[in-house]
Design a protein around this ligand. Structure first.
Ligand SMILES: NC(=O)c1ccc[n+]([C@@H]2O[C@H](COP(=O)([O-])OP(=O)(O)OC[C@H]3O[C@@H](n4cnc5c(N)ncnc54)[C@H](O)[C@@H]3O)[C@@H](O)[C@H]2O)c1
Ligand SMILES: Cc1cc2c(cc1C)N(C[C@H](O)[C@H](O)[C@H](O)COP(=O)(O)O)c1[nH]c(=O)[nH]c(=O)c1N2
Length: 175
């Protein structure tokens, strides 16, 4: 559409495909959300991650209820949100579905965070969290997560998912 023209509107009801096509226009950081505990180790790729409040430090993660990671996440009650860096595209796809959990962790270097959830060496940042509330909305559970620990991985270039593709973000200049 040429700049300055009125955008074409879509009449209700908005279909799933129309919604997805529109959401593909929103760039987002890519994260691997991990868990460990009595229900075992698991993880999934998530772009639906957002800051909620800084007091107490809280973020939210939207988790598809049909994900193979869902039961472990709920039972363990802890997650680590590992924000991916440039070069992590393959790892993102590996955690993006249809691979058994242990095969996912065969790639990348992982250590246990304070909550026990796997933390990725080389992530841009990692948020170690306890799940404090869960709200079910449609196909997803919205996990409200209190951040109990942080690790800055030191990776310089970021990774973003936009228009169904990965893009690299340049890092901040050296101080
Ligand atoms: N929030 C999510 O659950 C979510 C987000 C991104 C991608 N994905 C999954 O990753 C795969 C590839 O996605 P893609 O971006 O290349 O193409 P796509 O056409 O499946 O999705 C486009 C955009 O729509 C949104 N979306 C996709 N599936 C969704 C869902 N089930 N619930 C809510 N929002 C959803 C996301 O913002 C996504 O980037 C698909 O299987 C998709 O379902 C899921
Ligand atoms: C870039 C990108 C972004 C997302 C995803 C995928 C990819 C490639 N997926 C899908 C999710 O990772 C996938 O469904 C899980 O790995 C579960 O798959 P299995 O049920 O284990 O096969 C995903 N799922 C989810 O529940 N919330 C999310 O925010 C996202 N975001």
């Amino acid at each position: 559409m040429p700049a300055g023209e009125t955008p074409a509107t879509i009449a209700p009801p908005v279909t799933r495909q129309q919604f997805r096509d529109a959401m593909a226009c929103l760039g987002a950081a890519v994260n691997i959300v991990t868990t460990d505990g009595p229900a075992g180790r698991h993880g999934f790729t998530a772009s639906a991650v957002c800051s909620v409040t800084d007091s107490p430090p809280t973020l939210l993660v939207c988790l598809n209820k049909s994900s193979s990671a869902a039961s472990a996440v709920h039972a363990n009650g802890v997650i680590c949100v590992n924000t991916l860096a440039a070069g992590h595209e393959e790892l993102s796809n590996l955690f993006g579905g249809r691979t058994p959990p242990e095969e996912r962790f065969a790639r990348g270097q992982w250590c246990a965070s304070a909550t026990g959830a796997p933390m990725l060496a080389g992530a841009v940042v990692a948020f170690d969290c306890k799940i404090v509330r869960t709200v079910e909305v449609g196909t997803h559970d919205v996990l409200f997560c209190e951040v109990v620990g942080l690790a800055e991985g030191g990776a310089r270039e970021g990774l973003i998912y936009f228009s169904r593709r990965y893009h690299t973000l340049p890092g901040a200049p050296e101080a």
